[in-house]
Design a protein around this ligand. Structure first.
Ligand code: PEP
Length: 263
């Protein structure tokens, strides 16, 4: 279903009216985690001022350590809905458990499946049946074929509004959190008609790499990028070291605007 063999034209996925696909370089930005109404609104306004058209923000956070901030849950979803009302930005947010799909879908414009859950087949099937566009992150230890098979689980439930997100894979290299597999973008685009975006924030884990990795994404023809921003990264409850602040974000947005996407 997701293969390009029977579907030669690349697809455009619309999230609350915002297109992601060939010819777009959709900028999705927002906080890694929803912490407070003020922090989420400030991050969304920064993102929107820089040209982002979709708001990201995690209410359910799948953290490596069980002692780390796990997200605000439904309270976080309510904050996102308030910020959407204020800014008009459609919301992309993660769902980590099949049992929460109905709840998260009642707030979200796009459901995110994170790297740790790429092969959680019950979750994939549940999001496939939810009637919302899905962003499927590549598992950090998954091959491209496994990633596309995971997308197939979603598609089998009748949902072809899937955006693939390359967010780095585990290699021997320790300088970055994960290694952004930039070649995955054109490879996945050749094998599948689904749009492919990259997450330069979670792959590198470092603010200074977000701009160069975004340039790389544009150069290989990615259909968008998803980026963490925070009004006060030093106080962030999750992934502060990778969050962009205003100045960096403006420079990144200018890069996205000025470099024409490959079609
Ligand atoms: C995220 O985008 O909030 C996230 C946790 O990303 P990943 O699943 O890629 O680690």
């Amino acid at each position: 279903l997701v293969s390009r063999e029977n579907h030669p034209d690349r697809s455009v996925v619309r999230v609350g009216g915002v297109p992601i696909g060939p010819g777009t370089m959709t900028l999705i930005a927002g906080p890694c985690a929803v912490e407070t109404p003020e922090q989420t609104l400030a991050a969304a306004q920064m993102a929107q001022a820089a040209g982002a058209t979709l708001l990201r923000g995690g209410a359910f956070k799948p953290r490596t350590s069980p002692y780390a901030f796990q997200g605000l849950g439904e309270k976080g979803l309510r904050i996102l809905a308030e910020v959407r009302k204020e800014t008009g930005m459609p919301i992309v947010t993660e769902v980590v458990d099949a049992h929460d799909v109905e709840l998260v879908s009642s707030y979200a414009d796009m459901l995110q499946v994170g790297t740790r859950n790429m092969q959680n087949f019950a979750l994939l099937q549940a999001v496939g049946g939810a009637g919302k566009p899905v962003m499927l992150k590549r598992g950090f230890n998954a091959t491209i074929e496994e990633w596309l098979m995971a997308a197939e689980y979603v598609a089998q439930r009748g949902n072809l509004d899937i955006v693939l997100c390359e967010r780095g894979i585990r290699t021997f290299e320790k300088a970055t959190r994960n290694t952004l597999d930039i070649s995955a973008v054109p490879v996945a685009q050749r094998l599948s008609h689904l749009p492919v975006i990259i997450d330069p924030s979670h792959s590198g884990g470092r603010r200074d790499l977000v701009l160069p990795l975004t340039r790389a994404a544009i150069a290989v023809g990615a259909d968008g990028v998803i980026i963490d921003v925070h009004p006060h990264p030093e106080q962030a409850l999750c992934d502060g070291p990778q969050a962009l602040v205003n100045g960096d974000l403006r420079e990144l947005a200018k890069t996205v605007r000025d470099l024409p996407p490959l079609v």
